[in-house]
Each structure stands twice: as C-alpha cells, then as structure tokens.
Design a protein around this ligand. Structure first.
Ligand code: G6P
Length: 368
C-alpha cells in the first residue's frame, strides 16, 4: 500500500505532487512552441467550426468547474459563444440542439451517467461531440465523435486534483486549436500562450513548495463550520473548485461567490474571524478585488489570498498570502487552484478524516 502511494501518506497528496508530470504528459506532442496545435483525435475542420451556432460544455462536479474555465478560453481565443452547464440540469431542460451544435463533454472517468446521457441525447439530435476524458476506452471516449485524452494517469483519490489540472490544459488546447482553425489569433499571439503553457509544470512545482505556509493557515481554519471563497472572472472558476474541494475533503460548509456579489448577500454573514479565501490573479480586476477584500477584512475576517509574486499590496492586510509565479491571466487557474487543493488536504488531515475516500462520495457516479 505504501509503495503504491510512492512514499506519501495518501493518494490525494501523491496525486497533487504528480501534477507537474501530468501537465507535461497532457501537452506532449500537442503544444510545441512555434508549431500549430496538434490534435490527432479531433478532426473538426474550419468549415464545420464555422457552421456551429453554439458550443455547449457539459459535465459534473470538478469536470464542470473545468468547463467554466473552458467557456472563457474558447470565447476569448476562438470568439465562439459557449454555454456551460451541469449534465443533470442540461439533460432535463430541453436545450436547443441540432446539427449546428457542438457539444464538449468533460469527464475524468468517462462513465458519469448524466454526462453520458447528455452525449447520447445530443448525438441523436445531430450534434457533434468532443469528449475530454482521462480513461482510455471509457464510454464517453467510445461514443463521442472526437476525443481528447488528458493523460493524467490513474486518479485514485475521490476528490479530483491532477485530472482537473489536465482538463484545464485540454480546454486551453482546444481553444487554441479552434483559434488557429478560424484565424482569430496571429501565430505570435498563440505562441505566447503556448510558451507560457509549457512553463506551467515547473511553476506548479514552485507552488507546491509553499506547502508549509498553506499548512499553517489550514491549522487556523480546521475547526471552522463555514468558509467563503471569492474571486472574479477566472478567479471565480478557481473559487468554485476550491470550495468543492474543501466540502469534499473536510465536510466544512464552503461557498464560492464572485467578488462583486458579496454586497448582494454574503457580506451579511461576514463577522470577526469568518474565514475568507480569495484567488487574485486577473490583472484587470485586481483593484476591484482589493476593494472586495477590504470589505471583508474591515469586518474582521481571517483571510488567505492566492496571488502573483509581484502583488505585495495584499500582504499588509491579509493573514496569509500565498504567492504564485507570474503567468498570463488565462492560465492562472492552473497555478491558483493548487494552494486550494493543498489547503483542503491539510484541513482534512488535521481533522483526521479519510482523505482518499470521503464519506458518501464515489469516484465515478454511474447511476442517476
Ligand atoms: C463524482 C466525483 C467527482 C467528479 C464527478 C464527475 O462526483 O466524486 O470528483 O468530479 O463525479 O466525474 P467525472 O468522472 O465525470 O469527471
């Protein structure tokens, strides 16, 4: 058992440490600086792409949270409108699907019942389906028209970590590929993103090196009943995944809010010592988030912020600042989510809970 865990106490922490390798494996042969994206198993042409009136990204749980990043990536790089939805909602809301629909399903296991049902229903109605999955030969991989394997390697921990990070790479890669097909970006522009993507594995390693700092904050909040996560733009996508991780691993009630929504309700719950965690990486929203943070610190909240190395402004008014290496904002969720994963892991260990198999949860939900 200990050998299987590679010297780590649990699969979850082993898998968090495997993320740099998983990211490299996902990008190998697909993302090369100075070259077009190569996706052998996606055969969509420029003409087909131009014929789609909309793209839906549909998934469950952590895969849905990756889809939220995917929406921004595809819209901002390829300029195609994208709607993202959870599979159990999508399948019962009579969405508009026909031959002009492109559906992207995301599923680590490739076996989630609701996601699979959406794939089947949509194909019947004429949609083309791309599957992003980690499991070779899984049901979604077999039934989709096009496949993107994430190559994260087997994920044993029920709470997804490395699979999520590789799903982000998948959506960025597909967005770049679409941008190249449609000509919405110059080669120079796509190359900047590719070069930054290739630096992510080493940067994730640097983030993991900060685990002691994160562990100290985990000790401070492990007795809490409620924790709030905030972020704006792509940082809101980080916040929803961070809150899900905390719920799954620690059974602490966690909620994620867009920073700008605080004043529309959640602020009423912030009092002395309430825990608030913020992701702060989107440069155009930095000042706005600083104001949002001050709204909670002025009420006495305990705050941990994940932000770039260059942003020292926050250090003076938050409890803990975890500084991550600089990258382009689009890619920042890959780095910003890692401290959140570690935090949930440490809180879980301080509480003495079953890290790899949280109560009531299954790795793959194959029944409705
Ligand atoms: C379960 C797992 C989650 C996962 C979700 C979707 O709820 O516990 O970790 O995100 O299913 O799974 P999938 O295999 O479709 O990505």
């Amino acid at each position: 058992d200990s050998a299987e865990k590679g010297g780590f106490d649990h699969f979850t922490i082993k898998e968090i440490h495997e993320q740099p390798k998983a990211l490299r494996d996902t990008m190998t042969s697909r993302i090369v600086a100075g070259q077009k994206v190569k996706l052998d198993d996606i055969t969509i042409t420029k003409e087909m792409l131009e014929s789609y009136s909309r793209i839906y990204i549909v998934a469950c749980g952590t895969a849905y949270n990756a889809g939220v990043v995917g929406k921004t990536a595809i819209e901002s790089l390829a300029k195609i409108p994208v709607e993202v939805d959870v599979a159990s909602e999508f399948r019962y809301r009579d969405p508009i699907i026909d031959s002009r629909t492109l559906l992207i399903v995301i599923s680590q296991s490739g076996e989630t019942a609701d996601t699979l049902a959406v794939l089947r229903d949509s194909k019947k109605k004429g949609a083309r389906v791309i599957a992003i999955t980690n499991v070779v030969g899984s049901s979604v991989a077999r039934e989709a028209t096009d496949v993107f394997y994430t190559w994260a390697g087997p994920e044993i921990g029920v709470a997804s970590t490395k699979a999520y990070l590789t799903m982000l790479i998948a959506v960025y890669t597909i967005a770049l590929h679409f941008a190249e097909l449609l000509g919405t970006m110059t080669d120079e522009e796509t190359d900047v993103i590719k070069k930054e993507m290739l630096l992510l594995p080493d940067k994730v390693s640097k983030v993991i090196e900060q685990k002691e700092n994160i562990q100290k904050f985990a000790l401070k909040i492990h007795g809490e009943k409620d924790v709030f996560f905030i972020g704006r733009g792509l940082d809101y996508a980080v916040a929803i995944e961070a809150a899900l991780k905390l719920k799954e691993l620690t059974y602490i009630h966690a909620d994620a809010y867009p920073g700008g929504e605080l004043k529309h309700g959640p602020i009423a719950l912030i009092e002395k010592n309430t825990s608030v965690l913020a992701s702060l990486t989107q440069r155009s929203l930095m000042d706005k988030m600083h104001s949002n943070l001050k709204e909670v610190t002025s009420r006495g909240a305990k705050v941990m912020v994940v932000t770039y190395e260059s942003n020292k402004t926050v250090d003076s008014f938050v409890d803990t600042a975890v500084h991550i290496p600089e990258t382009i904002d689009l890619l920042a969720p890959v780095l910003a989510v890692v401290p959140m994963q570690l935090l949930s892991y440490y809180v879980c260990s301080f509480k003495g809970l079953d890290v790899d198999k949280p109560r009531n949860l299954a790795k793959s939900v194959t029944v409705e």
